[in-house]
Design a binder for this molecule. Structure first.
Ligand SMILES: [Zn+2]
Length: 78
């Protein structure tokens, strides 16, 4: 077995570009969503805010649906 061949060679031309749904921009920058957690659900028994890291379009600020994590009910956060 030749381990040198185990590397996955990814050709960028074979990949699908992720672009902004609104303006087609390919550049994204990090942003945060905040979720409120009630005292009942919170591990420390206190209501608090939980930041979720997400990416937004650097051009128009739009957040693609595919970047938005699902909550435990299977519904979109936004
Ligand atoms: Zn955009």
């Amino acid at each position: 077995m030749n381990n040198n061949n185990q590397q996955i060679n990814i050709n960028p031309d074979d990949l699908t570009d992720v672009v902004c749904e609104e303006c087609g921009c390919q550049v994204f920058e990090p942003a945060f969503l905040f979720k409120k957690i009630s005292a009942v659900l919170s591990p420390n028994g206190k209501a608090s805010m939980i930041p979720l890291n997400i990416f937004k379009c650097s051009d128009c600020g739009h957040i693609n649906k595919e970047f938005i994590p699902n909550n435990k009910d299977g519904k979109k956060v936004l």
